[in-house]
Ligand binder design. Structure first.
Ligand SMILES: Cc1cc2nc3c(=O)[nH]c(=O)nc-3n(C[C@H](O)[C@H](O)[C@H](O)COP(=O)(O)O)c2cc1C
Length: 207
């Protein structure tokens, strides 16, 4: 069987973590390395991963997250942050991402122009740069959860929070980064909660 399928059968949105069990550092670093390897549009890696292990910080964070116990009972919470204005085509960050490819200047200029046109014509009419970056952060979220499951680590994606309050606790307001989504990681306490899915043929259509 496909080993990813195995991991995805193990994964569930863990509501009850064992507060005594910590993820070994090497295991956590490998899960985060999977996040780093996630694909991103134009290769711009529009994210940052804040790994929250400090209990005092997580205690302050919890009320901003609908008081969900996973915030303090898991082993670590990863706040996936999305870039915003630094994704503009004329930003130093975008320029540096293109520069590292070692291409001749005219190719870089042409690529930056194509990127800028894409932002203006396709992205901005539909959404903010933050929303566009967040969509990509969710790819990293999935990679984190799948990598965790493959290592026998449980996870819970968390969107149930007040964004401004979370950003205040994390000290983000002065930064370009904004919180996209959180994910709690650790080990389940007790049985997995039941999972509900539509049948294969209802949601998958071959043409
Ligand atoms: C983007 C996103 C945000 C979510 N936010 C929360 C949350 O704040 N709290 C929670 O307990 N579960 C949260 N969930 C978990 C879902 O409720 C869960 O994935 C869904 O019910 C399917 O169950 P399963 O993941 O166990 O298969 C979230 C899931 C996703 C994908």
């Amino acid at each position: 069987m496909n080993p990813v399928l195995n991991a995805l059968q193990f994964r569930h949105a863990c509501k009850k973590f064992d507060p005594e069990r910590r993820i070994p550092e090497q295991t956590l670093r490998e899960i985060l390395e999977c996040a780093r390897l996630s694909p991103s549009s134009f290769g711009l890696e529009p994210w940052k991963f804040l790994v929250l292990q400090d209990m005092e910080l997580r205690r302050r964070l919890r009320p901003a997250c609908w008081n969900q116990p996973q915030i303090t009972e898991s082993s670590a919470v990863v706040a996936i942050l999305a870039r915003n204005a630094t994704l503009e085509a004329d930003s130093a960050y975008v320029r540096a991402c293109y520069d590292r490819r070692g291409l001749p200047e005219e190719k870089i200029t042409a690529s930056l122009r194509r990127y800028g046109d894409h932002l203006e014509n396709e992205v901005k009419p539909l959404m903010s740069l933050y929303a566009w970056a967040s969509k990509q952060c969710y790819i990293a979220l999935a990679d984190i959860m799948t990598a965790a499951a493959a290592a026998g680590v449980d996870s819970c994606p968390i969107e149930g929070f007040e964004k401004a309050a979370v950003e205040r606790v994390l000290g983000l307001p002065e930064d370009d980064f904004q919180v996209a989504v959180l994910v709690a990681l650790g080990y389940r306490a007790g049985d997995q909660t039941p999972r509900f899915r539509h049948d294969f043929d209802r949601i998958i259509e071959f043409r």
